[in-house]
Design a protein around this ligand. Sequence first.
Ligand SMILES: NC(=O)c1ccc[n+]([C@@H]2O[C@H](COP(=O)([O-])OP(=O)(O)OC[C@H]3O[C@@H](n4cnc5c(N)ncnc54)[C@H](O)[C@@H]3O)[C@@H](O)[C@H]2O)c1
Length: 261
Amino acid sequence: MTEQEFAGRVALVTGAASGIGRASALALAAEGASVMVADLNAAGAAETVALIEAAGGLADSVEADVTDERAVAAMVAATVDRFGGLDIAHNNAGASGRSTRITETDLDNWNLIIGANLTSVFLCLREELRIMSAQGSGVIVNTASVSSRTGQATLAAYGAAKHGVSGLTKAAAMEHAGQGIRINAVAPGFTRTPMIEQEMAKNPVWATSALDAIPLGRGARPQEIADVVVWLCSRRSSFVVGQTIYSDGGVTVGRKVRAPQ
Ligand SMILES: NC(=O)c1ccc[n+]([C@@H]2O[C@H](COP(=O)([O-])OP(=O)(O)OC[C@H]3O[C@@H](n4cnc5c(N)ncnc54)[C@H](O)[C@@H]3O)[C@@H](O)[C@H]2O)c1
């Protein structure tokens, strides 16, 4: 990749107060983008901005709930006002929510998880694409998951939402491919972010079995997912359209089994 791939470009990253979003915001800024750091968590977003500035980059933050239509419109408008446009968007905010079997899932919990992981991406795409369509350029990456391809007991709503993110990515890509706008998704596997570290601490048995199932034998560092985001936003992926790219240590490819003796 050339020096400063995104010099002069404006990027918006949601869920950038923590984990994968923070790593993505830092990586896009390191490649020269001016980055709007968006999150519900204003203090965490300010920390991400401070980290970017300490590394010599340019960033600002906006507090936004990406499940709220008006907040999403204000977030995108704030990005354009602050930095003069919108060239790159990483729609990353999400939350796995409470794990329940389908028979014990009430409608409120279902709606909460679909809202946080799928409706949020639709709302962000709609606002971002209005700006990008008018300027005739742009690149968008949505955060999907291994749950976009596989099913897991007690994670039906999350899995349905993340399958939806892949479908939404394809439809959006088809609507805008002729306008110079590329839209793809990154699908992380088990990534050692605060969301996952909290789950590991609460449920060590689950953590051991989840790590054991990864062919590569470990979880990802958030930076390893951000590297895929940077690639998907760069000219190096200029012919990649509507794809969900799995960065999962091999987990969706096959089971980790011992070779026959
Ligand atoms: N960590 C993993 O193993 C993993 C695996 C697959 C997919 N993902 C996906 O990656 C994304 C980031 O997850 P992470 O692991 O970095 O989690 P994280 O909890 O570390 O970060 C998520 C961030 O999103 C923000 N957020 C949540 N809901 C929001 C809302 N409604 N509006 C604005 N901000 C909101 C949170 O405040 C938080 O800062 C999510 O979409 C998640 O589903 C994570």
